[in-house]
Design a protein around this ligand. Sequence first.
Ligand SMILES: Nc1ncnc2c1ncn2[C@@H]1O[C@H](COP(=O)(O)OP(=O)(O)O)[C@@H](O)[C@H]1O
Ligand SMILES: [Mg+2]
Length: 607
Amino acid sequence: MSGNGKSGSQNAWGDRIRALRNVPPVLKILWDSGPSVVTWGLSLRIVVAAMPWAIAGVASRIIEGVKQSVDHQPLQPHFAWLVGAEVALAIVFSALTRAIDYTDSLLADRYTHHVSIEVMRQAARLDLTTYEDPDFYDRLERARVQATDRLAMIQQMGRLFLQVLTTIIWSAQLVWYSPWLMLLLVVGVLPAFFGETHFAFLGYAKNFRQTPIKRVMDYLRQVGGSKEAAKELKLFNLSDYLTNRFAALSEQIYKENVDLSRRKLMWGGLLSLLGTCGYYGAYVFAIWEALHGKYNVGAFFLITTSIQQASGNLQQAFSTASGIADQALFLTDLIGFFELKPIVQSKPNALPAPKPIRRGFEFRNVSFAYPGTDRRVLKNFNFSIQPGQRVALIGENGQGKTTVVKLITRLYDPTEGQILLDGIDLREYSLDDLHREMGVIFQDFMRYEMTVRENIGVGQVEIPHSDAEIALAAEKSLAAEVVKKLPGGYDQMLGRRFVSGLDLSGGEWQRIALARAYLRDAQLLILDEPTAALDAKSELEVFERFAELTSGKMALLISHRFSTVRMADRIVVLAGGRLVEEGTHQQLLALGGQYAEMFEMQAASYR
Ligand SMILES: Nc1ncnc2c1ncn2[C@@H]1O[C@H](COP(=O)(O)OP(=O)(O)O)[C@@H](O)[C@H]1O
Ligand SMILES: [Mg+2]
């Protein structure tokens, strides 16, 4: 689906009607967030819709009674009961109205909760590819906002239900007296309805146009207040520059908003004037008929109340409905986001990952271009890694090493060729199961602003870990030394976002991240240059320790430093998307090719 904003008005009505398709899925989301609350809300509304009618019915009898008494006729024996019933009805009505507010507020909370969770779940399900698409970001952004910003819509739906019911009840009462009255009211209200929906659509188109601008603004605001940028902001004196850009964009948005509001004020006012005319037309008609002796006083009271209620509720129902149509337009992105399907996913009846892996992974003539690009990062790449083998994948920056990791972990699928695990295509296996067997620390690993324990524990969240297990993983990755120096130990909060949080150096973070891979009881461990922050000597230490700890296991070590991977069982040199050399350190040195040359060059630089 493309996220292009169609702002032309030729599509206006089509878009408007299409947006109403969002209403059923939203109703389903509402229902899913709290079936019992929804049921209560609807039942209460049915009762509440009928109550004003009952109250007015009783009132008309009271008025009739009073009139008879003024005319010197005896009061009816049940007159006192009528008054009592009127009071009781009013009390119950007010209590039920409050109960509706209560169920609404419960539903709003549940809805926010439910949708936020579903958005996170869906975001996690989607392909990595999706995240590289700027359109997707706009949509995700809108979906996020919509998750919580559309609460008004829920209240409006409840209100619409009530208004429609109320209108039906009063209209029935009116039509029972005279159908013409009803017709007058409808004709008066329709223009206002079309006016409302038209402006709702314009508002949506405007917001759609503004989303990219708002993203830029968010970015500016974020850079302006970020820790990472603070140094450069001061040195380059960038603050004013950023602030001015932000102000200009903000001004632009404000102007557009004001412009629309003005037009809405004028036209909306004019159109609602028509509704008022319809209402008073009906009113005058009723007075005229009453003066000609068609109804008694009680009936006249009931008719005028009906006109007032039917007209009021009808008008409100139309405006609520167009409000909902407006909100529904905004939900296009949320619903669209929920409808996105990941491409990389488990087949039905996918195979479980082999335990243990017997023959290992094999890339067979794999070519790969990132989605949306033509350049093949890997070209007929052939490569294998067997159980018990520690393979080092080396190559200069940008040769496609990380891409190999993304393919073996099925974050992407190859464009051509196959990746096999124990002789079977990777796509045949269950994705979750496959991921369970892999422990990967990427170059750009995450620094979770959580405690040390959590930072390590996320390496395998499926099961709880004892302190001893966490500590053992930390020992292996040399993170234990870092933890020893922290005042909070394993409960130390990391990062600067939260109170008492402590930031670590790049190398320290890297050790913590590495502990995650060790915690994981995976069959394949992958270390993708998480050492970028380290000098060659420290990288060598990390790799030697990794090699030592993974001895006899299947491990993939990735580096652009030829001088740090000699302890691997097999070294694979990647250049131009192809495997160019392969062998042990000694074999490759003896070969005197690219590896030997780069090794000599890089080893010399830190000797
Ligand atoms: N998400 C992406 N979209 C498009 N091109 C990418 C993406 N990620 C990496 N590339 C390109 O693919 C090539 C290989 O990248 P990568 O595998 O990260 O190299 P290495 O890990 O060897 O440094 C680079 O030219 C890089 O620009
Ligand atoms: Mg890389």
